[in-house]
Design a protein around this ligand. Sequence first.
Ligand SMILES: Cc1cc2nc3c(=O)[nH]c(=O)nc-3n(C[C@H](O)[C@H](O)[C@H](O)COP(=O)(O)OP(=O)(O)OC[C@H]3O[C@@H](n4cnc5c(N)ncnc54)[C@H](O)[C@@H]3O)c2cc1C
Length: 716
Amino acid sequence: MSRSKLLLVAVVAILVIAFFAFDAGRYLNLEFFKARHEAIVAYYQTQPLAAALAYFVLYVAVTGLSLPGAAIMTLAGGAIFGLLWGTLIVSFASSIGATLAFLASRFVLRDWVQQRFGRQLRPINAGVEKEGGFYLFTLRLVPAFPFFVINLLMGLTPVRAWTFYWVSQAGMLAGTLVYVNAGTQLAKLDSLSGILSPGLILSMTLLGVFPLVAKKIVDTFQARRVYARWRKPDRFDRNLVVIGAGSAGLVTAYIAAAVKARVTLVEKHRMGGDCLNTGCVPSKALIKTARVLDQFRRAPDYGLKNATVEFDFAQIMERVQRVVRTVAPHDSVARYSELGVECLAGEAKIVSPWEVEVRLASGATQRLSTRSIVIAAGARPFVPPIPGLDEVGYLTSDNIWNLRALPGRLVVLGGGPIGSELTQAFARLGAKVTQVEMLPRILMREDAEVSAMVMNKFREDGIEVLVDHKAKQFLVEDGQKILIAEHGGRDVCVAFDAVLVAVGRVANTAGYGLEELGIPLAKTRTVETNEYLQTIYPNIYACGDVAGPYQFTHTAAHQAWFASVNALFGVLRKFRADYSVIPWATFTDPEVARVGLNETEAKERGIAYEVSIYPIEDLDRAIADEVAHGIVKVLTVPGKDVILGVTIVGDHAGDLIAEFVSAMRHGLGLNKILGTIHIYPTLAESNKYAAGVWKRAHAPQRLLAMVEKFHAWMRG
Ligand SMILES: Cc1cc2nc3c(=O)[nH]c(=O)nc-3n(C[C@H](O)[C@H](O)[C@H](O)COP(=O)(O)OP(=O)(O)OC[C@H]3O[C@@H](n4cnc5c(N)ncnc54)[C@H](O)[C@@H]3O)c2cc1C
């Protein structure tokens, strides 16, 4: 603890100890005030300013030091100064005192508390950051929460000091009035319990309920305001219209049909959206072929003299399309129609909060009226405005699947999951790939050593990985396509035949009515929703890539449940979208899978953690399979069997992580994983061994020493 903090703690401690040691509390009780009431009032009448100032300073000191007696002082304020002046003085003194206590708690404890209990405090911090003023207002109005506790606790949250001050003053005003008013009757009261008369309790209860009622009124008012300019149909043809038949839209429609709602699913392009047609499915099919090729190249590792393989790139890409076609029936119009979903092929546009117009493939339009709408319009590749990019022509994850000739030299812009997966796949298929990333490493969301493992493998695969390189310009010189990237203040030129742009994805938010309805976008350029996935129109929801914050098929499907259920049953009960345990994987070799926190995030958020790492190079099955590389890295709460997050790097990491996802989801710790039988020899054993690493670090040393003595004694 710094010297200034120690000094503050010492001063406060001395004052508080002195207060109790000299029994100063006896001056802050009802009897004392009652006995001297007349004398104090007489003094106030002769020296009003001095009396008010002394009272003010005393009040600030009592509240600032969180000493007991604020309630009595408030009553005394009423008794001495009357309702108006009493309220005014107490209002300022209590707010200033509270703010001093708040600042002291923040100065001394906040960093430590946030570091120690950051994870538990995360939802509170988020709530306070978003609606801190309202929370505080509620707490101030409800006298059930002790005044000093609120001051000290609020100091530990991110709420701003100025917000704390004025919200406290405003929030406490009504309560101050009630207490000061009661204080004007002080002389007539015999004990503090007299204050808690039924009348006063009722007024306090009303004060407590007031902010909730106020919030409800504000919500209703806001909803009315957004709907005001629209005419609501008298009745609706449908319960739900879903825009977009990707992962999010399909699951939304599926759930709606399953619960017998009348639902229409509108898709303007291809059923299945990105995942099926241009995302997960084709990319994983291509990665598989690239892996098989790599296996052939590694024939000597498996004791084979050599293995040659011939292939035609066009055939590989045709196989990718065959896989897509094989999966397609799962997402087809036929299947969904059978499930009870009305499927329309056409472009949807929201024309009012209850109406969607569909421009059908035939050119005709159809207007659908619906009680609720779910927007599941997905995202598309983001193409940065780099000079010359349009002129040289570029590939994205949308059109790369149309290639039938392998580019000789491929530049991949972007070191995220999509860029990295396709970089390695194309390199293994024989392209000379240069991956260009402007950040210091690829897979920037993962820990540095994880990025390094993947990057090393890429370099082993012959990929040129250029990190810290910012693409600046594209040009054609003597018929040669060239990328100019900036690196450490100088220009680096990379010649290429094709460039794949994979620098992120941007939500589809234009052209289907959001602008006309005034539905706002978040900072991330996704559709802004609340925790129930509602837009500013409570009957219009958004989920999947268009809403974020995650852009995975499984999170789109997860959100779809909330959007669908809230849209159909929200009048009865709404569910908050739950993002507490979200896993994901990047299907490079080595594969990277994660759930929960990694070290980088834990440090950024000031969350205390312990790390247990099991190196997969020790695992029997991995050795037998020639895949003995990678790690299982588990973060836990220091000294506790609570998992904060897991990263697995290695073969089948995306499958192996499932055990930890279940554990975290259901609050199980590493002891439970250790106590579970894992089949020998499997890669899954690595999870158990990681738990073992943690267990060994927490072995009860004292008990073991005693047991050792016991064994010695048994030996005689
Ligand atoms: C190369 C690549 C690999 C990926 N790999 C993985 C992976 O391994 N695992 C994973 O979890 N995720 C992966 N993803 C991400 C995953 O594909 C997306 O997160 C997922 O598809 C999002 O689903 P969605 O329903 O939100 O959007 P989409 O799938 O994009 O669906 C939106 C649909 O809405 C339609 N639409 C838009 N506007 C309208 C309109 N006005 N009217 C009618 N229809 C409209 C679109 O045509 C589209 O079909 C990958 C993505 C890419 C690009």
